[in-house]
Ligand binder design. Structure first.
Ligand SMILES: *Cc1c(COP(=O)(O)O)cnc(C)c1O
Length: 408
């Protein structure tokens, strides 16, 4: 492969983020293709036995085996690292495998992790239940109360793991404050940046040590592939994550890496356009007689509105949730189901981060595996509906939601 770089590495530092999204990490082959090449190969031919030995020993750069690395995957990692302002990045097959890789790389039996109650459902399950089998301890605290995170610190605390804004209530936590709590305790902070993406929020600049992504969401942005990533220092990626990747193999497929790499090119304009629609929809829902409450960081009624605006480039993001008016949980569930089943265009889907608006009932789907107590702590009521706003015209989105809302 000809490694001629259209933009030399040392010139990249001066470029704006929108430029990096389309120009960082382009490795052209001898054919001079303008769009990034897709290298579908599981193995690599070695130039000599000596070179192969050096590469396997880590003394020389060069690809050896698909589980360890791939040029297309490396391009995605470099571009995402550039957007997050991180030294390095390691991509994975899904967002959950990125969390597993991080935990396997950083924790051993007896170590302690602190997360918030309102993390992604599978994250609570993985850290609170599955890793507990291997002796990893965990505490779950209030998303927004920094003192609760501080009080949960133990001598064995190695990692604080936060998600902001959260799914589905869009609770916001103070990244800089949590970074201080972690560092004062000799622990690391990881932020799941799935909802805001580097287009709106860059946790590393606020003191976070690791940024975790589900590339399945906004990074791909068009609902096509699964992907995940960890952005961090070179030292963490090389010393803590790479050895686990080599032995455990949660490797991102080159095709999926290529799809996400191209998705990054439009990330910023998609996030801006989808957030503008989410803001308009939040205001419309707030004024709707059938709606009890709207959760959206862009609204001044949101409890952490000011923090969110400061931390997220003045933007609320593309996800909101709302509660239908109801007398009790049973009626809430019945009315939420009525709204979902009355839709004719919007997609009833638990995914998010698509150009198509996706609407879901968290209590019976994404948060369905949680116990009733966990679900209440996460604030997920039976009348709650989540909307991941896409790129349709705002009037069409409102009309489709209004079919059910106005006939409750
Ligand atoms: C989807 C999601 C994940 C998990 O990612 P997968 O790609 O589905 O494995 C983690 N965190 C958040 C906030 C998510 O929305």
């Amino acid at each position: 492969m000809n490694t001629e770089k259209p933009v030399p590495d040392d010139a990249l530092a001066d470029l704006h983020r929108d430029t990096l999204a389309v120009r960082a990490a382009v490795e052209r082959s001898q054919y001079g293709e303008n769009s990034e090449a897709l290298y579908l190969t599981s193995g690599y031919v070695q130039p000599s036995a000596e070179a192969a030995a050096r590469r396997f020993a880590g003394d020389e750069e060069g690809f050896t085996y698909g589980r360890y690395g791939n040029p297309t995957v490396a391009s995605l990692e470099q571009r995402l690292a550039a957007l997050e302002g991180a030294e390095a990045c390691m991509s994975t097959a899904s967002g959950m495998s990125a969390i597993l890789l991080m935990c396997m790389g950083l924790l051993k039996a007896g170590d302690h992790v602190i997360c918030s109650h309102s993390m992604f459902g599978s994250t609570i399950k993985l850290i609170g239940t599955d890793l507990a089998k291997f002796g990893v301890e965990s505490s779950f605290v209030s998303q927004t109360d920094v003192n609760a995170w501080k009080s949960a610190i133990k001598p064995s605390t190695r990692l604080l793991f936060a998600e902001t804004p959260t799914n589905p209530l869009t609770d916001v936590c103070d990244i800089r404050a949590l970074a201080d709590v972690a560092h004062n305790a000799g622990a690391l902070l990881c932020v799941d940046n799935c909802f805001a993406t580097p287009a709106l929020q860059r946790p590393i600049a606020l003191g976070s040590d690791i940024v975790m992504h589900s590339g399945t969401k906004y990074l791909d942005g068009q609902g096509r592939v699964m992907a995940g990533a960890l952005c961090a220092s070179q030292a963490l990626v090389i010393k803590s994550f790479l050895p686990i990747m080599k032995s455990a193999g949660m490797t991102l497929a080159p095709f999926n890496a290529w799809v996400v790499l191209k998705g990054l090119e439009t990330l910023d304009i998609r996030m801006q356009a989808q957030s503008a629609r989410a803001m308009a929809l939040a205001q419309w829902l707030q004024a709707h007689p059938a709606v009890a409450r709207v959760h959206y960081p862009g609204l001044t009624s949101h409890p952490q509105h000011e923090l969110a605006m400061a931390q997220q480039s003045g933007c609320g993001g593309a996800v909101l949730s709302f509660e239908v008016k109801a007398a009790d949980a049973d009626q809430g569930r019945q009315r939420a189901f009525h709204v979902l089943d009355a839709m004719q265009m919007l997609s009833l889907s638990t995914n998010l981060g698509d150009t198509k608006t996706l609407v879901a009932h968290p209590a019976s789907t994404s948060h369905g595996r949680l116990t009733e107590v966990q679900r209440q702590l996460a604030g997920v009521s039976q009348g709650l509906i989540r909307v991941a706003v896409g790129l349709e015209h705002i009037t069409d989105i409102q009309t489709d939601l209004d079919r059910g809302l106005s006939s409750i």
